[in-house]
Design a protein around this ligand. Structure first.
Ligand SMILES: [Zn+2]
Length: 482
């Protein structure tokens, strides 16, 4: 993201031994989603058939899923927006939404303050490398809110709308809930087969590629396939205009409604895709959609699709957000990370990638040096003000979203300071070696989950230097920035 701020179905599925568990030959989990949107009542009904492969290395008695829409409930433990953004988000007054689980082919219960984790309890333990098919029926109530999940003023955003498999690590399911700071998401690669029914007055932007579509009465039904992605999102609007372009094997689609420079925005998107492909590595998908949207923050990244807020202050900022969000296709999308515990990994790099874009494309109004000077100056003001007011300031990277005292501390640490770390590395190693390190990082973590340790490993390999002390002095907040 860019900030400026019960009926048990009598269906028995068999589990079978999956013969090969070699890392390169593992099957991805498959989400088979059948969704129908009722725009008169802001309701999304869904059926999910989920093929799960137990590659955890442990026998499982349960399987857990995030229910992110439950953060949008009344009195949820975490507000979905900070107080400062409240009125811009809730454009029509307070409004709430949630996800209700109607049925499953397994017994289930809920975990967490806001019932934000669904736990399916297995009648028989699922052995290592075994596969199981799970079925969940659900219904989502969309709140009126300019957010990643909700009916916005101009677009309806269906972000994190279905039960999303939790990541299993360190002997258990990662069950972090929602947080008003950042993008509180963490997921692994999967395949998606999605059917969506919606009123034909709307146009749709989504992750993946539409395989076929047809009209039935007043509705349109689209079938979408998306392979090898961490998440699935779609956006509907009756206002969308679309312009498209091609770069290599990828079709870039720009969905807009009030942008006065759509072709320029599309050109920037193509140039960002080209620049980052050259700098980091391939963009291995056939589509990339840039979507002007009702969104309270600057923008938001999803696989193959980015949201760009329709209420940014200037076209220069709009352009910068497009570039930042497209950089996330590499940092979050292809190279994943736990955005709850290590947000700086993708945000800092998306910020610095934006500066690299400007460094490589001189016909824009800014340069890397200017951005660096601005970030240093802003960061120093932040540190000074916080020291004056609070007596001290915590600038360590490695902490979860829960451990930031406020949104400002999160932004200045995760975006600005992490940008400055990359800029410092760039200056230290020189452009050629720095880019070589990023390519190493991309190749080492492609389709996987990056960690601070893997970041160091990639940079040490790419540069041939011992960089552990360098990185840890930044991670732990010891570096003095003047
Ligand atoms: Zn971001």
């Amino acid at each position: 993201m860019k900030k400026f701020f019960v009926i048990l179905l009598p269906i028995i599925f068999s589990a079978f031994l999956f013969a090969c568990a070699d890392a390169e030959e593992k099957n991805y989990n498959l989400y088979n989603l059948k969704l129908a949107y009722d725009n008169e009542n802001n309701l999304l009904s869904g059926e999910m058939i989920f093929d799960y492969y137990n590659y955890t290395g442990e026998t499982l008695n349960d399987i857990c899923f995030h229910l992110y829409p439950n953060a949008f409930r009344e009195n949820s433990s975490q507000s979905v927006v900070s107080l400062a953004n409240y009125n811009r988000a809730y454009y029509d007054g307070k409004c709430y939404g949630d996800i209700n689980i109607l049925s499953s082919n397994k017994d289930f219960d809920f975990i967490g303050n806001d019932e934000n984790i669904l736990r399916l309890n297995l009648e028989n333990p699922l052995n290592i490398n075994e596969q199981i098919t799970l079925k969940i029926e659900f219904e989502c109530v969309l709140p009126k809110i300019n957010h990643r999940y909700g009916v916005g003023e101009n677009t309806i955003n269906f972000g994190n709308v279905y039960p999303v498999l939790c990541v299993y690590e360190n002997g258990g399911w990662d069950t972090n809930g929602y947080n008003s700071n950042g993008d509180p998401f963490y997921s692994e690669m999967a395949n998606y087969d999605v059917q969506i029914l919606f009123n034909n007055n709307y146009k749709i932007a989504s992750t993946g590629e539409i395989e076929n579509e047809y009209i039935e009465g007043e509705n349109r039904i689209v079938n979408i396939k998306a392979n090898n992605v961490r998440d699935f999102v779609f956006v509907l609007s009756d206002k969308f205009e679309i312009v498209t372009a091609q770069f290599d094997e990828t079709t870039i689609k720009y969905f807009y409604y009030q942008d006065e420079n759509p072709n320029q925005s599309l050109n920037t998107s193509v140039l960002a895709l080209k620049t980052f492909t050259e700098l980091f590595g391939d963009y291995p998908y056939s589509t990339l959609s840039i979507v002007e949207a009702s969104f309270v923050h600057g923008g938001m990244e999803y696989p193959n699709l980015v949201l760009i807020s329709d209420s940014l202050n200037s076209y220069d900022i709009y352009t910068t957000v497009i570039i930042h969000e497209i950089a996330h296709q590499w940092w979050y999308g292809i190279v994943g990370n736990d955005q709850y515990n290590y947000a700086f990994l993708d945000e800092g790099l998306a910020e610095f990638s934006t500066a690299l874009f400007y460094e490589k494309n001189s016909n824009y109004n800014t340069t890397r040096s200017e951005i660096t000077l601005r970030n240093q100056s802003n960061y120093n003001v932040f540190q000074k003000v916080y020291k004056d007011v609070l007596g001290s300031v915590d600038t360590s990277f490695i902490r979860s979203l829960d451990d930031f005292n406020n949104e400002q501390e999160y932004v200045y640490t995760t975006y600005v300071k992490a940008y400055l770390m990359h800029d410092s590395l760039y200056e230290l190693l020189g452009e050629k070696k720095y880019i070589k390190c990023l390519k190493e990082y991309y190749n080492l973590c492609k389709y996987k989950t990056a960690t601070p340790t893997l970041l160091i490993k990639a940079f040490e390999k790419g540069s041939g230097k011992n960089l552990e002390n360098f990185f840890y002095s930044w991670f732990e907040g010891d570096v003095i920035i003047n």
